[in-house]
Design a protein around this ligand. Structure first.
Ligand SMILES: NC(=O)c1ccc[n+]([C@@H]2O[C@H](COP(=O)([O-])OP(=O)(O)OC[C@H]3O[C@@H](n4cnc5c(N)ncnc54)[C@H](OP(=O)(O)O)[C@@H]3O)[C@@H](O)[C@H]2O)c1
Length: 281
Protein backbone atom coordinates (compact mmCIF):
# COMPACT_ATOMS: atom_id res chain seq x y z
CA UNK A 1 0.00 0.00 0.00
CA UNK A 2 1.29 3.48 -0.90
CA UNK A 3 0.19 6.49 1.16
CA UNK A 4 0.03 9.76 -0.80
CA UNK A 5 0.14 12.90 1.35
CA UNK A 6 -1.05 16.24 -0.03
CA UNK A 7 -3.60 14.35 -2.16
CA UNK A 8 -5.85 17.34 -2.73
CA UNK A 9 -2.97 19.54 -3.93
CA UNK A 10 -1.30 20.08 -7.28
CA UNK A 11 1.50 17.52 -6.96
CA UNK A 12 -0.31 14.93 -4.80
CA UNK A 13 -3.25 14.75 -7.21
CA UNK A 14 -0.91 14.07 -10.12
CA UNK A 15 1.03 11.44 -8.16
CA UNK A 16 -2.22 9.68 -7.17
CA UNK A 17 -3.44 9.58 -10.75
CA UNK A 18 -0.13 8.13 -11.97
CA UNK A 19 -0.19 5.41 -9.31
CA UNK A 20 -3.79 4.42 -10.08
CA UNK A 21 -3.88 0.88 -11.40
CA UNK A 22 -0.18 0.31 -10.66
CA UNK A 23 -0.34 -0.22 -6.89
CA UNK A 24 -2.86 -0.10 -4.04
CA UNK A 25 -3.05 3.55 -3.00
CA UNK A 26 -4.37 5.38 0.07
CA UNK A 27 -4.99 9.10 -0.35
CA UNK A 28 -4.46 11.33 2.69
CA UNK A 29 -6.72 14.37 3.11
CA UNK A 30 -7.21 16.77 5.98
CA UNK A 31 -10.88 16.53 5.08
CA UNK A 32 -11.61 13.44 2.96
CA UNK A 33 -15.06 14.83 2.12
CA UNK A 34 -13.46 17.92 0.54
CA UNK A 35 -10.73 16.01 -1.25
CA UNK A 36 -12.12 16.20 -4.77
CA UNK A 37 -12.55 13.25 -7.12
CA UNK A 38 -9.13 11.58 -6.74
CA UNK A 39 -8.36 8.13 -8.11
CA UNK A 40 -11.63 6.22 -7.88
CA UNK A 41 -10.17 2.91 -6.74
CA UNK A 42 -8.02 4.48 -4.01
CA UNK A 43 -8.80 4.41 -0.29
CA UNK A 44 -9.20 7.74 1.48
CA UNK A 45 -8.08 8.58 4.99
CA UNK A 46 -8.16 11.63 7.23
CA UNK A 47 -4.64 12.84 7.86
CA UNK A 48 -3.07 15.97 9.33
CA UNK A 49 0.66 16.45 9.99
CA UNK A 50 -0.38 18.47 13.05
CA UNK A 51 -2.65 15.76 14.51
CA UNK A 52 -0.76 12.58 15.51
CA UNK A 53 -4.05 10.83 16.28
CA UNK A 54 -4.53 10.55 12.47
CA UNK A 55 -1.19 8.79 11.84
CA UNK A 56 -1.97 5.21 12.86
CA UNK A 57 -4.94 4.66 10.55
CA UNK A 58 -3.17 6.45 7.70
CA UNK A 59 -0.09 4.22 8.03
CA UNK A 60 -1.77 0.86 8.68
CA UNK A 61 -0.39 -1.66 6.16
CA UNK A 62 1.57 1.04 4.30
CA UNK A 63 4.91 0.06 2.73
CA UNK A 64 5.74 3.32 0.94
CA UNK A 65 4.90 6.97 1.43
CA UNK A 66 4.87 9.95 -0.94
CA UNK A 67 5.73 12.78 1.45
CA UNK A 68 4.77 16.33 0.55
CA UNK A 69 5.63 19.41 2.59
CA UNK A 70 2.54 21.67 2.61
CA UNK A 71 3.73 25.21 1.88
CA UNK A 72 2.61 26.57 5.25
CA UNK A 73 4.56 24.06 7.35
CA UNK A 74 8.03 25.55 7.72
CA UNK A 75 9.47 24.01 10.93
CA UNK A 76 10.97 20.65 9.92
CA UNK A 77 11.41 19.02 13.33
CA UNK A 78 8.23 20.34 14.89
CA UNK A 79 5.92 19.92 11.90
CA UNK A 80 7.32 16.67 10.46
CA UNK A 81 9.27 15.00 13.32
CA UNK A 82 6.20 13.24 14.81
CA UNK A 83 5.11 11.82 11.45
CA UNK A 84 8.66 10.70 10.57
CA UNK A 85 8.81 8.86 13.93
CA UNK A 86 5.39 7.30 13.25
CA UNK A 87 6.53 6.08 9.81
CA UNK A 88 9.55 4.48 11.45
CA UNK A 89 7.38 2.77 14.10
CA UNK A 90 4.94 1.58 11.43
CA UNK A 91 7.78 -0.10 9.50
CA UNK A 92 7.41 1.99 6.32
CA UNK A 93 9.89 0.65 3.76
CA UNK A 94 10.51 3.79 1.67
CA UNK A 95 9.67 7.50 1.78
CA UNK A 96 9.74 9.48 -1.46
CA UNK A 97 9.99 13.13 -0.44
CA UNK A 98 9.02 15.98 -2.76
CA UNK A 99 11.86 18.34 -1.92
CA UNK A 100 13.07 21.27 -4.02
CA UNK A 101 16.06 22.22 -6.16
CA UNK A 102 18.95 23.39 -4.01
CA UNK A 103 17.63 21.87 -0.77
CA UNK A 104 20.84 19.96 -0.08
CA UNK A 105 22.89 23.14 0.18
CA UNK A 106 20.40 25.71 1.47
CA UNK A 107 19.56 25.41 5.19
CA UNK A 108 17.05 28.28 4.86
CA UNK A 109 14.70 25.96 2.97
CA UNK A 110 12.43 23.83 5.21
CA UNK A 111 13.02 20.97 2.76
CA UNK A 112 16.69 20.94 3.83
CA UNK A 113 15.70 20.13 7.40
CA UNK A 114 13.14 17.53 6.30
CA UNK A 115 15.73 15.78 4.12
CA UNK A 116 18.11 15.67 7.11
CA UNK A 117 15.32 14.40 9.37
CA UNK A 118 14.55 11.54 6.97
CA UNK A 119 18.21 10.68 6.49
CA UNK A 120 18.78 10.51 10.26
CA UNK A 121 15.58 8.54 10.92
CA UNK A 122 16.71 5.13 9.73
CA UNK A 123 13.94 5.18 7.09
CA UNK A 124 14.85 4.46 3.48
CA UNK A 125 14.44 7.72 1.60
CA UNK A 126 14.40 9.05 -1.95
CA UNK A 127 14.55 12.82 -2.45
CA UNK A 128 13.01 14.40 -5.54
CA UNK A 129 14.31 17.95 -5.96
CA UNK A 130 12.33 19.65 -8.73
CA UNK A 131 13.04 23.08 -10.16
CA UNK A 132 10.20 25.64 -10.39
CA UNK A 133 7.00 24.14 -11.75
CA UNK A 134 5.71 25.29 -15.16
CA UNK A 135 2.32 25.21 -13.47
CA UNK A 136 3.25 28.40 -11.53
CA UNK A 137 2.34 30.31 -14.72
CA UNK A 138 -1.14 28.79 -14.49
CA UNK A 139 -1.54 29.42 -10.73
CA UNK A 140 0.31 32.28 -9.03
CA UNK A 141 0.98 34.16 -12.30
CA UNK A 142 -2.34 33.29 -13.90
CA UNK A 143 -4.34 36.44 -13.10
CA UNK A 144 -1.55 38.81 -14.22
CA UNK A 145 -1.21 36.96 -17.53
CA UNK A 146 -4.95 36.56 -18.14
CA UNK A 147 -6.12 40.02 -17.05
CA UNK A 148 -3.10 42.30 -17.74
CA UNK A 149 -0.98 40.39 -20.28
CA UNK A 150 1.97 40.59 -17.89
CA UNK A 151 4.35 38.30 -16.02
CA UNK A 152 5.61 39.99 -12.86
CA UNK A 153 8.76 38.59 -11.25
CA UNK A 154 12.06 40.02 -9.99
CA UNK A 155 14.09 37.47 -11.97
CA UNK A 156 16.16 39.88 -14.09
CA UNK A 157 17.58 38.00 -17.05
CA UNK A 158 17.95 34.83 -15.02
CA UNK A 159 16.97 31.58 -16.68
CA UNK A 160 15.09 28.67 -15.15
CA UNK A 161 14.78 25.06 -16.33
CA UNK A 162 11.05 24.95 -15.47
CA UNK A 163 9.66 21.46 -14.96
CA UNK A 164 6.13 20.15 -15.55
CA UNK A 165 4.62 18.84 -12.31
CA UNK A 166 3.03 16.02 -14.33
CA UNK A 167 6.57 14.80 -15.14
CA UNK A 168 7.58 15.19 -11.49
CA UNK A 169 4.60 13.02 -10.55
CA UNK A 170 5.62 10.46 -13.17
CA UNK A 171 9.09 10.33 -11.60
CA UNK A 172 7.54 9.96 -8.15
CA UNK A 173 5.38 7.07 -9.36
CA UNK A 174 8.46 5.32 -10.81
CA UNK A 175 10.51 5.71 -7.63
CA UNK A 176 7.56 4.49 -5.52
CA UNK A 177 6.95 1.36 -7.58
CA UNK A 178 10.42 0.26 -8.76
CA UNK A 179 13.51 -0.81 -6.84
CA UNK A 180 16.86 0.96 -7.19
CA UNK A 181 16.01 4.44 -5.90
CA UNK A 182 16.82 3.87 -2.24
CA UNK A 183 18.94 6.63 -0.66
CA UNK A 184 19.13 8.50 -3.96
CA UNK A 185 18.42 12.17 -4.63
CA UNK A 186 17.32 13.42 -8.05
CA UNK A 187 17.31 16.99 -9.31
CA UNK A 188 14.34 17.22 -11.68
CA UNK A 189 14.48 19.91 -14.36
CA UNK A 190 12.99 20.61 -17.73
CA UNK A 191 15.12 19.98 -20.81
CA UNK A 192 15.91 23.65 -21.42
CA UNK A 193 16.24 26.86 -19.38
CA UNK A 194 14.19 29.96 -20.24
CA UNK A 195 14.30 33.59 -19.19
CA UNK A 196 10.92 35.12 -18.38
CA UNK A 197 11.13 37.34 -21.47
CA UNK A 198 11.26 34.12 -23.53
CA UNK A 199 8.32 32.69 -21.59
CA UNK A 200 6.40 35.88 -22.41
CA UNK A 201 7.14 35.33 -26.12
CA UNK A 202 5.89 31.72 -25.97
CA UNK A 203 2.71 32.86 -24.20
CA UNK A 204 2.20 35.66 -26.73
CA UNK A 205 2.48 33.20 -29.62
CA UNK A 206 0.09 30.70 -28.01
CA UNK A 207 -2.50 33.31 -26.98
CA UNK A 208 -2.27 35.50 -30.08
CA UNK A 209 -1.87 38.69 -27.99
CA UNK A 210 1.28 40.32 -26.62
CA UNK A 211 2.32 39.27 -23.11
CA UNK A 212 5.11 41.33 -21.50
CA UNK A 213 7.66 40.45 -18.84
CA UNK A 214 7.73 43.05 -16.05
CA UNK A 215 10.94 42.88 -14.06
CA UNK A 216 10.29 45.00 -10.98
CA UNK A 217 12.63 45.58 -8.05
CA UNK A 218 11.78 43.55 -4.96
CA UNK A 219 9.80 46.27 -3.11
CA UNK A 220 7.67 46.96 -6.20
CA UNK A 221 7.15 43.23 -6.68
CA UNK A 222 5.99 42.81 -3.09
CA UNK A 223 3.63 45.81 -3.43
CA UNK A 224 2.21 44.34 -6.64
CA UNK A 225 1.56 41.04 -4.86
CA UNK A 226 -0.19 42.71 -1.97
CA UNK A 227 -2.33 44.75 -4.34
CA UNK A 228 -3.27 41.51 -6.11
CA UNK A 229 -4.43 40.09 -2.77
CA UNK A 230 -1.69 37.48 -2.45
CA UNK A 231 -0.33 36.89 1.07
CA UNK A 232 3.00 38.49 2.00
CA UNK A 233 4.42 35.02 2.77
CA UNK A 234 3.79 33.93 -0.83
CA UNK A 235 5.37 37.15 -2.13
CA UNK A 236 8.46 36.47 -0.03
CA UNK A 237 8.73 32.87 -1.22
CA UNK A 238 8.39 34.04 -4.84
CA UNK A 239 11.05 36.69 -4.21
CA UNK A 240 13.41 33.96 -2.98
CA UNK A 241 12.63 31.75 -5.96
CA UNK A 242 13.17 34.52 -8.54
CA UNK A 243 16.23 35.94 -6.80
CA UNK A 244 17.81 32.49 -7.17
CA UNK A 245 16.93 32.61 -10.87
CA UNK A 246 18.36 36.15 -11.20
CA UNK A 247 21.61 34.92 -9.65
CA UNK A 248 21.84 32.10 -12.20
CA UNK A 249 21.09 29.31 -9.71
CA UNK A 250 18.01 27.91 -11.48
CA UNK A 251 19.30 27.33 -15.01
CA UNK A 252 20.95 23.94 -14.58
CA UNK A 253 19.55 21.14 -16.78
CA UNK A 254 20.05 17.64 -15.40
CA UNK A 255 19.48 14.23 -17.05
CA UNK A 256 17.69 12.80 -13.96
CA UNK A 257 14.09 13.33 -15.07
CA UNK A 258 14.59 11.94 -18.59
CA UNK A 259 16.30 8.88 -17.07
CA UNK A 260 13.46 8.30 -14.62
CA UNK A 261 10.72 8.79 -17.22
CA UNK A 262 12.49 7.04 -20.10
CA UNK A 263 11.64 10.02 -22.36
CA UNK A 264 12.51 13.72 -22.58
CA UNK A 265 10.75 16.04 -20.11
CA UNK A 266 7.70 17.97 -21.33
CA UNK A 267 8.71 21.06 -23.27
CA UNK A 268 7.53 24.47 -22.02
CA UNK A 269 5.84 25.11 -25.37
CA UNK A 270 3.78 21.89 -25.00
CA UNK A 271 2.81 22.79 -21.44
CA UNK A 272 1.60 26.21 -22.60
CA UNK A 273 -0.38 24.58 -25.41
CA UNK A 274 -2.01 22.15 -22.96
CA UNK A 275 -3.01 24.91 -20.50
CA UNK A 276 -3.77 27.72 -22.93
CA UNK A 277 -7.41 28.00 -21.80
CA UNK A 278 -6.43 29.17 -18.29
CA UNK A 279 -5.06 32.44 -19.69
CA UNK A 280 -7.99 33.17 -22.03
CA UNK A 281 -10.20 36.04 -20.97
N1 LIG B 1 5.58 25.41 -7.07
C1 LIG B 1 6.82 25.12 -7.38
O1 LIG B 1 7.40 25.69 -8.31
C2 LIG B 1 7.57 24.07 -6.59
C3 LIG B 1 8.81 23.63 -7.07
C4 LIG B 1 9.51 22.67 -6.33
C5 LIG B 1 8.99 22.17 -5.15
N2 LIG B 1 7.79 22.62 -4.71
C6 LIG B 1 7.28 22.10 -3.43
O2 LIG B 1 6.04 21.42 -3.62
C7 LIG B 1 5.31 21.50 -2.40
C8 LIG B 1 3.91 22.04 -2.70
O3 LIG B 1 3.25 21.11 -3.48
P1 LIG B 1 1.85 21.47 -4.13
O4 LIG B 1 2.07 22.55 -5.13
O5 LIG B 1 1.21 20.21 -4.55
O6 LIG B 1 1.08 22.11 -2.89
P2 LIG B 1 -0.45 22.53 -2.78
O7 LIG B 1 -1.14 22.42 -4.10
O8 LIG B 1 -0.48 23.82 -2.04
O9 LIG B 1 -1.05 21.38 -1.85
C9 LIG B 1 -0.69 21.27 -0.50
C10 LIG B 1 -1.33 20.00 0.04
O10 LIG B 1 -0.98 19.85 1.41
C11 LIG B 1 -2.15 19.59 2.16
N3 LIG B 1 -1.99 20.07 3.53
C12 LIG B 1 -1.94 21.35 3.95
N4 LIG B 1 -1.76 21.38 5.28
C13 LIG B 1 -1.72 20.08 5.71
C14 LIG B 1 -1.57 19.47 6.97
N5 LIG B 1 -1.44 20.18 8.11
N6 LIG B 1 -1.58 18.12 7.04
C15 LIG B 1 -1.75 17.37 5.92
N7 LIG B 1 -1.88 17.89 4.68
C16 LIG B 1 -1.87 19.24 4.58
C17 LIG B 1 -3.23 20.33 1.42
O11 LIG B 1 -4.47 19.79 1.79
P3 LIG B 1 -5.79 20.70 2.08
O12 LIG B 1 -6.64 20.51 0.87
O13 LIG B 1 -6.36 20.08 3.30
O14 LIG B 1 -5.32 22.11 2.30
C18 LIG B 1 -2.85 20.01 -0.02
O15 LIG B 1 -3.29 18.73 -0.39
C19 LIG B 1 6.05 22.46 -1.47
O16 LIG B 1 6.82 21.76 -0.52
C20 LIG B 1 6.92 23.22 -2.46
O17 LIG B 1 8.07 23.78 -1.86
C21 LIG B 1 7.05 23.54 -5.40
Amino acid sequence: MILVTGSSGLAGREVASRLAGRAPVRLAFRDPAQGGEGATDAERVRFDFGDPSTFEAALRGVGRVFLLRPPRLARPRRDFGPFVAAMRRAGVGQVVFLSVRGAARNPLLPHHGIERLLEASGLTWTHLRPNDFMQNFATVHRADIRDRDEIWAPAGRGRTSFVDVRDVAGAAARTLTEPGHERRAYTLTGGEAFGLAEVAVLLSEALGRPVAYRNPGIPAFLRHNRAAGRPLALGLVMTGVYTAARLGLAAEVTPDLARLLGRPPTALRSFIGDCEAVWRR
